[in-house]
Design a protein around this ligand. Structure first.
Ligand code: PGA
Length: 246
């Protein structure tokens, strides 16, 4: 049985003060939740403050990105060791916004996952097709290419996959639970064929997850949780998603 996992992805939102305010309001709302794993991914600048409040609570801390080199002359970049020292145990890699706005390729994503895993960070790898690709019936081909490129020469140890159809991100247009499960079961089939231990890997759905639709998405056999953007920015809404995932 795979334990449900719900992760917040705050993107470029919340100052240190706003982060602390969120966490202080959120923790009491989920204090009795032991059957869902919870992750929060604030921006880099809030990691240390968040870590101070989350330590000992069971809620894990993730970063939204990491660089693939360990240290050196890479102005503006953040290393795995810096994330670990800021209290992170996890990092989101390959989000479609990174691919779209910062030109991250599967090759870059692959290098980032390799360095993150080498340093002991767990990874949430994001993949997903655009609307055009879906309309041209290329969804499975796109997922296949992203999985092969991103996971090249890597084991699945410490990796969670997030299926995020780009057309559903921040649009309010959620994939139907059938569309989500179809993609998730394709992904699990791919992992089973090309890697090891696919049955224990969690596959999260991301794209306009809300308190209203989380239970329906979670009712599908291959949907193991959610990566939540917009609806994770308010403590009560994110707490409802966590409790709705049970
Ligand atoms: P959304 O974002 O929930 O706002 O659609 C999800 C994501 O990009 O991870």
């Amino acid at each position: 049985m795979r334990k449900p996992l719900i992760s917040a992805n705050w993107k470029m939102n919340k100052t240190i003060g706003e982060t602390e305010e969120f966490i202080r309001a959120f923790l009491p709302l989920v204090k009795d939740v032991t059957d869902v794993d919870i992750i929060i991914a604030p921006p880099f600048t809030s990691l240390s403050a968040a870590s101070g409040l989350l330590t000992g609570t069971g809620v894990k801390l993730a970063a939204q990105n990491v660089f693939y080199e360990e240290k050196g002359a890479f102005t503006g970049e953040i290393s795995p060791a810096m994330l670990l020292a800021s209290g992170c145990s996890c990092v989101i890699i390959g989000h479609s916004e990174r691919r779209q706005y910062f030109h991250e390729t599967d090759e870059v994503v692959n290098k980032k996952i390799g360095t993150a895993r080498k340093n002991g960070l767990e990874v949430i790898l994001c993949i997903g097709e655009s609307l055009k690709e879906r309309e041209e019936n290329r969804t499975f081909g796109v997922l296949d290419g992203q999985l092969s490129g991103s996971l090249k020469d890597l084991t699945l140890d410490g990796i969670t996959i997030a299926y995020e159809p780009i057309w559903a991100i921040g649009t309010g247009r959620t994939a139907t639970k059938e569309q989500a499960n179809e993609a998730h079961s394709f992904i699990r089939g791919w992992l089973r064929k090309n890697k090891e231990s696919a049955d224990s890997i969690r596959i999260l759905y991301g794209g306009s997850v809300t308190p209203e639709n989380v239970a329906s998405l979670m009712s599908e056999p291959d949907v193991d949780g959610g990566l939540v953007g917009g609806a994770s920015l308010k403590p009560d809404s994110f707490a409802k998603i966590v409790t709705g995932a049970r």
